[in-house]
Design a protein around this ligand. Structure first.
Ligand code: GAR
Length: 187
């Protein structure tokens, strides 16, 4: 059985997808041992609703060291599912190739500091991109720079606005996140 720790900051629909795909066997031999939130958010409620151990560690400069204290030693994979704090380099190095993140764009485009959520979709529309998508990648000390595990794109039409792009990105995320987790776990 592989143990996952999921980090969230927001509504947690990707967390929900992971919960559901573990339950229905699409992600076999895995369990979520802990959900960590860096702020009050609906993602934390989802963990509570499913009786998954959960903890709130307020964001800020001590986040990574506090996180190190609560992560079970037998953790196989730390999954950033709509998580907005930046993890300290030492933390990333300690868990090298054991932390993955989902990013709402086609990295290496539209990544880096400040590029999260609606900021990404606004920038994509502003730049008149012909496509967007989602990327799952390993987390390193360089923000959004780690090796890409899986990426999938869709076409942007002239009617698209940031909100519609966000919706399409989410659908792609629900598709590639479980697949990427399986790939990393060796399933
Ligand atoms: C997702 O689109 C995810 O890619 C993005 O936040 C959203 C969270 O949605 N993450 C980032 O922007 C990280 N840089 P969710 O809370 O419903 O899963």
């Amino acid at each position: 059985m592989k143990n996952l720790v999921i980090l969230v900051s927001g509504s947690g629909t990707n967390l929900q997808r992971i919960i559901d795909t573990i339950d229905n066997g699409e992600i076999p031999n895995a369990k979520i041992s802990l959900v960590v939130a860096d702020r009050e958010c609906y993602g934390l409620e989802r963990a509570k609703n499913h009786n998954i151990s959960n903890v709130l560690i307020p964001r800020g400069k001590n986040f990574s060291s506090e996180l190190s204290k609560v992560i079970p030693e037998n953790t196989d994979l730390i999954v950033l599912a709509g998580f907005l704090s930046i993890l300290k380099p030492e933390f990333c190095e300690n868990w090298d190739r054991k932390i993955i993140n989902i990013h709402p764009a086609l990295l290496p485009k539209f990544g880096g500091k400040g590029m999260w959520g609606h900021h990404v979709h606004n920038a994509v529309i502003e730049a008149k991109e012909k496509e967007s998508g989602a990327t799952v990648h390993f987390v390193t000390s360089g923000i959004d720079e780690g090796e890409i595990i899986l990426q999938k794109s869709f076409s942007i039409t002239e009617n698209d606005i940031p909100e519609s792009v966000a919706e399409k990105v989410h659908l792609i995320e629900y598709e590639i996140f479980p697949e990427a987790i399986n790939k990393v776990l060796g399933n």
